[in-house]
Write a protein that binds this ligand. Structure first.
Ligand code: F6R
Length: 611
């Protein structure tokens, strides 16, 4: 939510910042702005996309070797030029970019207004920079000291970068709860919400920790805590290729990421499983595996698509490892005084590793003595750093706002966790364990076979592009797949869609079915096959249009469906990894036919760092 970029060094800052903002646009895209020291401290900002800002600035003299930039996802104040960042301080001596929310901004604002401050936006961020300047003036201290004092008084979350008119070789940054990475080049520094704007200039980065202040002055980086003790910057090497963050010939990141799944699923398994010698090891979990072995209860916390992956995992853990699993929305869990016992194990799932509700739920569970495992994609993000142990997805950057390859990588990693636990607990036989490893290893090839049917799925999409509603049905482990299919359609095509366990249909949703209603049914050959056939009959009897996801070679459902998409056979528990692929493609093509911007759907942002 909101992307921030800043540069100080010997190059022109403007092109670096604009390019960086475009890379971060997945985090928010309702307005953009930039501040440069070109003659004076100048702020330029515009409602709309980064490209609108770029167009607005065409032909202007923007030479500066220092600058800050922001792409916004509105929280306080509607999307508009005036609410766009950066924001000036009262005397226009300072400008700030801010990602996060200052919760006590209203009282700070009132106090500043009482003392004559005039505000030009509705944002909490403008209050923040006025407050800093006010402290600087009243306490007659340095900017660095004023930032430190201000941070000790504000409540909320932030990643900020401040530029000052008085020093064109200084940036001051800080974070609490919102991500901030510093790229370290030769006599130059790049600051951003994630590493994607940085990677083409340097692969050496410092991840700023919560409650740290970074001071870049005269080509030197100093990190201090908010209590003013020095912390040595810990420089890490980025494991990220530039091509991983570019579209690589695809029309959209979402399509690229859907087609990357054979590779991303393989990468999630790489070095972790080998069926030939019955090998399965998740290195990051080793030290805490005994806690998992002895627990009676696993609680999975996540949001959105990651929550759906958690629901799939519930079936898999319970079936294989015979352990009680509960799956919770992080946002609900954190606010309802949940019962957590010391032996409980929490698995927090998050692609971005930054979701505010998931982070807060982790802290709550930790405070009650639970052990927390993380299943995250973005290396070095906040959630992996807040957990005791974990396993990365290794899916590569996911930039399309609608999550696709992260879901399949999450299910793959969670399946490996369940298998590892089941083997150690002795709740599955060695032969079943081996069989599942073999089936898992074959998933990437089977995903390729499904992707090869994309033209057919595109054709089906055209048939349904004008539908007003969609129903998605699945049973057992495929019920969460139905939820995920419905979510994908809703978020990128704006068609109302609902996912239901197929048997629940007759308890209400069946009333919705008529000749206008497309019903997508995951109807693969498994132990609920007969039951799902009956559900399809019920839809047909009410003239609903059936799009069935069936197991390759099946003919019975073919006859009673309007369209079928075949997926290769696999173990029942692994079907979600295959069945979700046609649903991702269906939503993608429907959105394209409707002229929607699939990579930047309205009102959404990739990384939800506000609650
Ligand atoms: C849906 C989607 C969101 C995220 C959710 C959690 O396509 O992307 O529902 O899954 O915001 O995000 P993470 O996984 O980053 O915690």
């Amino acid at each position: 939510m909101c992307g921030i970029v800043a540069y100080v060094g010997h190059r022109e800052a403007y092109p670096i910042i604009i390019k960086g903002l475009k890379r971060l646009e997945y985090r928010g895209y309702d307005s953009a702005g930039i501040a440069l020291m070109n003659g004076d401290l100048n702020v330029y900002k515009k409602k709309g996309k980064v490209a609108d800002l770029e167009q607005y600035l065409e032909g202007q003299k923007l030479n500066s070797t220092i600058g800050i930039g922001h792409t916004r996802w509105a929280t306080h104040g509607e999307p508009s030029d005036r609410n766009a960042h950066p924001h000036y301080s009262e005397n226009k001596n300072l400008a700030i970019i801010h990602n996060g929310i200052i919760e006590n901004y209203a009282s700070l604002k009132q106090d500043l207004e009482n003392r004559g401050h005039v505000f030009h936006s509705d944002t909490d961020s403008e209050v923040f920079i006025h407050f800093i300047e006010d402290i600087q003036q009243n306490a007659k201290c340095s900017l660095e000291e004023a930032v430190r004092l201000a941070l000790s008084k504000v409540v909320g979350a932030y990643a900020i970068v401040i530029i000052s008119r008085d020093n064109n070789n200084q940036l001051i940054a800080a974070r609490k709860g919102s991500p901030l990475v510093i790229g370290v080049g030769k006599d130059e520094f790049f600051l951003a919400s994630d590493a994607t704007p940085i990677i083409e200039y340097t692969n050496e980065v410092v991840y700023v920790n919560d409650l740290e202040i970074a001071i870049i002055r005269d080509n030197k980086l100093t990190i201090k805590t908010i209590e003013n003790t020095d912390n040595t910057p810990y420089i890490q090497k980025l494991d990220l290729e530039l091509e991983a963050i570019e579209k690589g010939g695809y029309d959209h990141f979402m399509l690229k990421e859907i087609f990357e799944q054979p590779k991303s699923i393989k990468d999630a398994m790489r070095g972790r499983i080998n069926s030939e010698n019955n090998h399965l090891v998740l290195g990051g979990l080793r030290d805490y595996m005994n806690r998992m072995l002895s627990t009676n209860r696993i609680v999975i916390i996540a949001c959105g698509t990651s929550w759906h992956a958690g629901l799939v995992a519930e079936y898999i853990f319970e079936e294989l490892a015979r352990v009680n699993v509960e799956v919770e929305y992080a946002s609900e869990f954190r606010y309802r005084n949940p019962v957590i016992n010391e032996g409980d194990v929490i698995i927090a799932i998050s692609q971005s590793g930054e979701t505010a509700d998931t982070l807060a739920a982790i802290e709550l569970a930790k405070s009650k003595g639970a052990i927390i495992f993380g299943v995250c994609n973005v290396v070095g993000s906040s959630i992996p750093r807040a957990t005791h142990a974990g396993a990365y997805l290794h899916a590569g950057p996911e930039i399309g706002v609608a999550s696709t390859k992260a879901f399949t990588a999450q299910v793959t990693v969670l399946t490996m966790m369940a298998l590892s636990l089941a083997q150690k607990k002795g709740t599955i036989t060695e032969s079943k364990f081996h069989e599942l490893l073999v089936d898992l290893e074959q998933i990437p090839t089977k995903v390729e076979q499904i992707l090869a049917q994309s033209e057919k799925i595109k054709y089906i999409s055209q048939e349904f592009k004008d539908a007003k509603n969609f129903l998605y049905l699945g049973r057992g482990v495929n019920f969460p797949v139905a939820l995920e299919g419905a979510l994908k359609l809703k978020e990128i095509s704006y068609i109302h869609a609902e996912g239901y366990p197929a048997a629940e249909m007759k308890h209400g949703p069946i009333a919705l079915i008529d000749e206008e209603m497309p019903v997508v049914v995951v109807a693969t050959k498994d132990n609920s096959y007969e039951k799902i056939v009956s559900n399809i009959q019920e839809v047909r009897a009410r003239k609903g249009k059936v799009i069935a996801i069936v197991t390759e070679g099946e003919t019975h459902i073919q006859k009673m469906s309007d369209f079928v998409i075949e997926i290769p056979a696999t173990h029942d528990l692994l079907v979600p990894l295959l069945a979700v692929i046609p649903l991702q493609l269906l939503s993608y093509y429907i959105a394209i036919y409707r002229g929607c911007n699939v990579d930047q759907p309205r009102n959404l942002a990739k990384s939800v760092t506000v609650e």
